[in-house]
Design a protein. Structure first.
Lengths: 382, 352, 317
């Protein structure tokens, strides 16, 4: 945090150009040093604060003017600790993939901060940004489009070394790539093959190997198994868990499949229309949900066991998710919520431990953005 | 509580048909595709039947042949590269594969309709939804434009699209994914077919919307007493609506069972593996069970049982002899109606 | 979906792998197969490709070493002995084989020597438009914004000029029109098609996950452009370019026929068609033979382009 205020001062103070340049270089070196240092005990490795991303809607061909904005992400905050997995669930259009892009600095945040070891990565550039990119990697959803079809597997997994040559000396790279193939359970002899010679599950392993190449600390997984067959999903999930233990990785696991998220996550955040509805440990969210949206979502999950199914209450929501360009006032879920009252249209509920549960020793005492939070188990048969 | 009871108690509204057998019967169907790497055997001897008012779920991974079978039934296979070297598909006792193109076209849409996964690409983006729904009536029943539109609104009401009257002139892109899938269902229902084939109807939808659409489909099926073939890879979706399940692997049916039975006691190692590999929602497990290996290459399906390289129970016989789909019985020989398994060791799998 | 199944088949070439590689078994096929080698594999099996390739090789050899095919000179006029002499169909490859024109020049020799101009114009224009079009399209597609707006408008302006009419106007400015002048004129007007295709391809590829992945790794613009985007944009560009090649040969013949294409002493089939036009009734071979030659050449390149498209079209894989 201290580092951050310093760098902000440096940017703000502009007495003359040359001086600014030298100060910038100094803060950059400092930032790189902070990024490369190990994370402090007990401190979160990633802190997201009020992150906002609005995509402007424009009209006109020559003279574009803004007529509105798609509020893809509208003020979300969370922490990620070393070695843990934070699951983020939500329906399509809730902004979870935009969160991934923002954390990867692939999109520029409209507002808010993302602190990685105390450095706000939304404001970094140059050397410091490159150092961050080495430490935060991504695994993509679609193994068919995330690998360049004209490159060999060796070139794909070796590309991180080309971009960050300091990580592996040139002569060492082929062996490193083969090691990585071995780590993800592929035959190291396949180094000269092309992606289309592999099946979906194998391609996802290649994508994971590429993500591991630079020894990152955080891997952001955007629906990493949803494009895979059921029998292959389990293999990839197991691999990811094994790698997490082996390399002490932190995962942000974005998915719409609630069962898989529960399986892999230590903590889970539920997103709805660009906001975090509820966040807590997996037990808190799945066994003691307090936000009506979480409850509806959980109750809608088809469970592959008709016997367990019958005892469960099902909440079937009416209507569709409203457009993020024009979200409802107050609580965004109120248009589909069976508990909505006037207050919900007027006041935006804050993400905090609901008043009724404050100070109580119960799993329901976790952050939930609802005026009428109430515990309800929808997962277990009554 | 299962749909079987309900449908059997409802008298069929179609008294005119005196054919007594099942609505649809697929017998020993084979489908091949010629590809760059050789002949891909997509379907290798599939048998199943569907009766009026019954829901058959065909469960399988990509490449299992579940969709190809459906396309063969609909007569919408790309031929070439596709080919049907063997097999019969009886619809009300008549082999559709022996019919002329004209006869098949008459059945398609009027008697058998299909719902696809991707509603957006299945609807014409430049025509209004009402026009596309009405087209069915104009073409097949010769209704006037006005009458057809009225029918279209009626259909949209039936699939519970709010404000149908106001939205009938909207275009497909103006609807949400769930609403578009409803329109697809309306279109399939338009001519009140005897059989609907739904190919992954809810895969592209969010969970909260999935539940709505599946419920709608089940209600309508009951109301119209239609046969329904539900093709899916999702064990969860099937559990809700199906009466019986056929599990496919490498172009063959490896297990058939009434829906509850399958989940309780799978009789094929592949089904068991699939069920075990799904994480649970209601409790946190340790490591997931994973079926090892990959689905086979259809140009080189393993000899014997196609599942043998991935099977934990595989013995020598599995590598040489193709197991037939045989009836499964209780330990004491008691009958288990509707159950079958294509495994040499089904006894050990279900009872051991 | 059958596509899905077929795709599965072509992608996952998995014969049971040795137990060492568990849990995933590997693709069995013995060696690495790039998409280019797959396309080549398809091409070799396409009879359309084989026929057109043989014809094109034949034309290329003719263009490079015309003296291999005839000892006669295309410019030797022997009015006294051979004025409008009819073809001697039996005497293959002899100077009198295809008869003589109204200046007493061997039509066969002129066909052989005319190949060079046609091929050079076709290949030359194609190379130039491919380079110009790819550069413009890539810059417009990759950087977007005002740069794209400006380049796209410029492209539209050029696209608005009717090709042959524009070439007529440009070429009229030159008295002596060599092969190079014609190449420059056609390339000047013809690059827009490739530019549009390249721009479209780049815009699509720019959004592909593998490009996003490279950006996330911190790859430089240069690297993204030349390692990721260009190799993937090349297929549609090559398809358009090979099909257009035949069109440029036809355009050259048309312009030469209209008298604004190649000028003497360059031997051109289009020019010969023009001079044979007057003799249609007395010596039809002077018109027909070069016309047929233009058709065969254009057709060969169109067939070739079609075969290449079938092999490279991403929709088919």
């Amino acid at each position: 945090m201290a580092d951050l205020s310093k760098s902000e001062e440096a940017v703000d103070a502009t007495p003359n150009v040359t001086e600014v340049a030298t100060v910038d270089a100094a803060t950059e070196t400092e930032a790189v040093a902070a990024i490369e240092a190990p994370v402090q005990q007990g401190e979160p490795i990633l802190q997201v604060r009020n992150l906002v991303k609005h995509f402007p809607l424009t009209q006109g061909i020559l003279f574009k003017r803004q007529v509105g904005a798609v509020k893809a992400v509208d003020g979300i905050s969370f922490d990620l600790y070393q070695g843990e997995t934070l699951g983020i669930v939500g329906e399509s259009g809730c902004g979870k993939s935009t969160v991934a892009k923002l954390l990867m600095t692939l999109e520029k945040a409209t507002a808010g901060e993302v602190f990685y070891k105390g450095q706000d990565i939304t404001k970094l550039s140059g050397r410091a940004l490159k150092a961050v990119r080495r430490n935060i990697q991504m695994v993509f959803q679609d193994p068919y489009t995330s690998l360049n079809p004209r490159m060999t597997v060796g070139d794909i997994i070796g590309e991180p070394f080309d971009i960050h040559p300091e990580v592996a000396p040139k002569g060492d790279r082929r062996r490193k790539v083969q090691d990585l193939l071995d780590v993800v359970g592929l035959n190291p002899e396949y180094i000269n093959r092309y992606p289309h010679q592999f099946s979906g599950g194998q391609r996802q392993r290649i994508g994971i190997a590429r993500g591991l190449a630079l020894n990152p600390e955080i891997i952001i997984c955007d629906e990493p198994v949803s494009a895979l067959d059921v029998s292959v999903q389990a293999q990839v999930i197991n691999l990811m868990e094994k790698l997490q233990d082996e390399f002490n990785l932190s995962y942000i696991f974005i998915a719409h499949d609630l069962s898989i998220v529960r399986h892999i996550s230590d903590r889970v955040g539920v997103m709805y229309l660009g906001k975090m509805a509820e966040i807590g440990t997996d037990t808190q969210i799945y066994d003691h949900p307090t936000h009506p949206y979480t409850q509806a979502l959980l109750s809608a999950v088809p469970v592959p066991d008709p016997a367990a199914r019958e005892g469960r209450e099902r909440i079937i929501l009416t209507g569709d998710v409203p457009s993020p360009a024009n979200p409802p006032s107050g609580c965004r879920f109120r248009t589909r919520c069976w508990k909505a009252e006037d207050k919900c249209a007027e006041e935006v509920p804050l993400l905090a431990i609901p008043q009724v549960f404050v100070g109580k020793d119960t799993q329901a005492a976790h952050e939930s953005a609802c005026h009428f939070a109430e515990e309800k188990d929808v997962v277990h048969a009554a | 509580m299962t749909t079987i009871d309900k449908t059997s108690s409802v008298p069929s509204p179609r008294g005119s048909d005196d054919f007594g057998g099942p609505l649809l019967e697929v017998r020993d169907l084979h489908v091949e595709f010629s590809t760059r790497d050789g002949v891909a055997k997509a379907v290798n001897g599939v048998n199943y039947t569907v009766s009026a008012g019954e829901t058959l779920a065909v469960l399988g991974e990509s490449g299992s042949g579940k969709s190809v079978t459906a396309q063969a039934i609909m007569g919408i296979l790309d031929m070439p590269p596709g080919r049907i070297p063997k097999g019969e598909i009886f619809f009300r006792g008549q082999d559709m594969l022996k019919m002329s193109n004209d006869e098949r076209r008459k059945i398609r849409g009027q008697k058998i309709a299909m719902i696809f996964q991707d509603a957006l690409s299945s609807l014409n983006p430049v025509l209004s939804v009402g026009y596309q729904l009405g087209e069915m009536f104009r073409v097949h029943q010769g209704l006037s434009k006005k009458e057809a539109k009225a029918k279209a609104i009626d259909l949209m009401d039936r699939v519970k699209i709010p404000a149908a009257k106001a939205r009938v002139n909207d275009y497909p892109h103006q609807f949400s994914g769930g609403m578009r899938q409803r329109i697809m269902i309306a279109m399939a229902l338009a001519l009140e077919p005897d059989l609907i084939i739904a190919d992954e109807p809810t895969t592209a939808l969010d969970v909260t919307v999935q539940a709505q659409v599946m419920d709608l489909l089940a209600d309508l099926q009951r109301e119209y007493n239609m046969g329904l073939i539900l093709i899916t890879h999702d064990l969860g979706v099937v559990a809700d609506v199906a009466d019986k399940i056929a599990v496919m692997y490498a172009g063959r049916i490896v297990e058939t069972a009434p829906v509850h039975e399958l989940y309780k006691r799978p009789a094929h190692p592949y089904t068991r593996g699939l069920l075990d590999s799904i994480p649970r929602l209601d409790q946190k497990g340790s490591e997931l069970y994973a079926i090892k290996g990959l689905p086979p290459n259809l140009t080189r399906i393993p000899s014997g049982c196609a599942f043998n390289p991935r099977c934990p129970k595989a013995q020598d016989i599995c590598r040489t002899d193709i197991p037939a789909l045989l009836p499964v019985t209780e330990r004491d020989g008691g009958e288990l109606p509707g159950r079958g398994s294509a495994c040499h060791f089904w006894k050990e799998t279900i009872h051991g | 979906m059958p596509d899905k199944t077929v795709e599965k088949v072509t992608t996952a070439t998995g014969e049971p792998a040795p137990a060492v590689v568990a849990p995933d078994s590997g693709p069995g096929a013995a060696k690495a197969r790039s998409l280019w080698s797959d396309a080549w594999h398809d091409l070799r099996r396409n009879p359309l490709f084989l026929i057109s390739a043989v014809l094109i090789v034949f034309l290329l050899v003719m263009a490079a070493w015309p003296s291999l095919f005839t000892s006669a000179s295309p410019r030797d006029a022997d009015l006294a002995n051979h004025f409008r002499e009819a073809p001697h169909w039996g005497n293959f490859f002899s100077p009198e084989w295809l008869g003589y024109d109204l200046q007493g020049r061997s039509v066969y020799a002129r066909i052989v020597y005319g190949a060079r101009a046609s091929i050079m114009v076709g290949v030359g224009v194609t190379v130039c438009v491919t380079i110009i079009g790819t550069v413009v399209g890539m810059i417009a597609g990759y950087f977007g914004g005002w740069l794209d707006a400006v380049l796209s408008r410029v492209t539209d302006v050029f696209l608005g000029i009717p090709f042959i009419l524009g070439a007529l106007v440009v070429l009229n400015a030159f008295d002596q029109r060599s092969v190079w002048v014609v190449i420059m004129a056609l390339a000047f007007l013809g690059w827009t098609q490739i530019a549009r295709v390249a721009r479209g391809a780049v815009i699509t590829i720019k959004q592909a996950d593998y490009v996003v992945a490279a950006r996330a790794l911190g790859a430089s613009t240069y690297r993204i452009m030349f390692k990721h985007i260009l190799p993937n944009a090349l297929a549609p560009i090559i398809v358009v370019a090979t099909i257009a090649l035949g069109g440029y040969i036809a355009a050259e013949a048309t312009l030469s026929f209209l008298g604004v294409g190649l000028t003497e002493p360059t031997v051109s089939w289009g020019g010969d068609v023009n001079s044979g036009r007057a003799d249609l009734r007395v010596a039809p071979h002077t018109l027909i033979v070069p016309s047929v030659m233009v058709s065969i050449t254009v057709l060969s390149f169109l067939m070739f382009g079609d075969a290449v498209r079938n092999a490279l079209d991403p929709k088919l894989r």
